[in-house]
Design a protein around this ligand. Structure first.
Ligand SMILES: *Cc1c(COP(=O)(O)O)cnc(C)c1O
Length: 393
């Protein structure tokens, strides 16, 4: 079975580039240049050097002993929470900023919902001294004030999107409009494995460092680079794609992706795309998305801002359809309890997004010798207020 992208930018039935004609030149340039540029020795040298000295890689693979004891398995945590800026997103923005510079771009744009991708983008723009414009819904700007402040401190201009529901999809529209108007000097950094080809492929390539390191670390720590289970949470799907990438062809390794069920799959307040979604086009690619009978995109909901997305990337749609990856859904309550449990058992406060992957442990039965790897996609500092309210701390 082939899980990779084909020459036309498709993963089976999913992917492609469904974009307005005015964006063709931008996407065409990227499609023609990205693989060549990434393969160049000076790109690789700089990417590796920044991942090591700026991001802090390799991130540790930690055998969580008390968690392992509780669930009766050998549970390893891939510590993306220890990266600079506190999550996996920086792996991708570091890769894309080097690419943008090599393509001669002077200006960076991005859209952000909760602000995490905006912060990761503003960070690398400051690092490189490139102009940075972040589009963000007016409602989200009010909800996510600390992230807006972070972006501003690092020199980014944050432009409110004031149309529609004033949230992520409106910010995306504004960013697209900007890119159409500035095709020559501007690069658009997308933050997950979504969007028109080649974005899903490019982002998964940059995030694949997660599973590359994990395999080496498993050999060192267990003598075998094939665990029994690999778990990750899915919003758009970038930490999961990075975590799964080098395991896709290892048929013995069971891959499990946790989506946000929000208040419950059938509550009308969730982001459980693989359970509720149907095929369609979202953000420039053919994928699975939550939509009404007549094809309007449904407003998603999750307590974790990073999973609050109405679709999944096209490669995930393919992996779901061919059943290579098992997609499960986890409610707000389950994710919050699992986040608290990890904090208590291991002294690691995870992002609520990651809590969704951790919560899946309760629903599985293991043999003592089973090796389980969980992508700890981010740290919980950003979620402190939500934890305080939820647990009455
Ligand atoms: C953004 C984010 C996610 C979700 O994004 P993916 O592209 O699905 O990885 C998950 N965890 C954390 C900590 C995040 O910040």
């Amino acid at each position: 079975m082939n899980y990779r992208v084909d020459d036309r930018g498709y993963y089976g039935d999913f992917g492609g580039a469904y974009i307005p004609e005015m964006l063709y030149p931008n996407i065409e340039e990227l499609r023609n240049e990205y693989l060549k540029t990434i393969a160049q020795p000076d790109f690789q040298k700089e990417f590796k050097s920044l991942l090591k000295d700026y991001v802090g890689r390799p991130s540790p693979l930690f055998l969580a002993k008390r968690l392992s004891e509780k669930y009766g398995a050998q549970i390893y945590l891939k510590r993306e929470d220890l990266n600079h800026t506190g999550a996996h997103k920086i792996n991708n923005t570091v890769g894309q900023i080097i690419l943008a510079q090599k393509l001669g771009k002077k200006r960076i744009i991005a859209e952000t919902g909760a602000g995490q991708h905006g912060v990761a983008t503003a960070t690398v723009c400051a690092l490189k001294g490139l102009e940075c414009v972040i589009y963000m819904g007016e409602v989200d700007i009010k909800r996510q004030a600390p992230n807006v402040a972070r972006m501003k401190m690092m020199g980014a201009t944050v432009i409110p999107a004031t149309s529609g529901s004033k949230t992520l999809k409106d910010a995306t529209n504004e960013a697209m409009r900007d890119w159409i108007n500035n095709p020559v000097d501007t690069h658009y950094i997308i933050g997950s494995v979504v969007g028109p080809h080649p974005y899903p492929e490019m982002v998964s390539l940059f995030q694949s460092i997660i599973s590359k390191e994990t395999k080496q670390q498993l050999i060192e720590q267990t003598g075998n680079d094939q665990p029994d289970y690999v778990l990750a949470c899915v919003g758009g799907g970038s930490n999961a794609m990075g975590m799964f990438y080098h395991f896709l062809d290892d048929d013995n390794v069971r891959l499990i992706a946790a989506e946000a069920a929000g208040l419950g799959i059938n509550s009308g307040h969730s982001a459980a795309t693989s359970m509720l979604g149907r095929e369609g086009v979202l953000h420039g690619s053919r994928t699975i998305l939550m939509q009404t009978e007549d094809g309007q995109v449904t407003e998603p909901y999750s307590i974790s801002a990073g999973l609050d997305y109405p679709g999944i990337g096209p490669q995930h749609a393919h992996l779901h359809k061919v059943k290579r990856v098992e997609y499960v859904s986890i409610t707000d309550d389950e994710a919050m309890e699992a986040s608290m449990e990890l904090s208590k058992l291991e002294g690691i406060i995870p992002a609520i997004e990651t809590g969704h992957a951790l919560a899946q442990l309760k629903k599985m039965t293991f043999k003592k010798e089973d090796v389980v790897v969980i992508c700890l996609s981010g740290r919980g500092d950003k979620d402190l207020e939500t934890f305080m309210k939820y647990f009455n701390l």
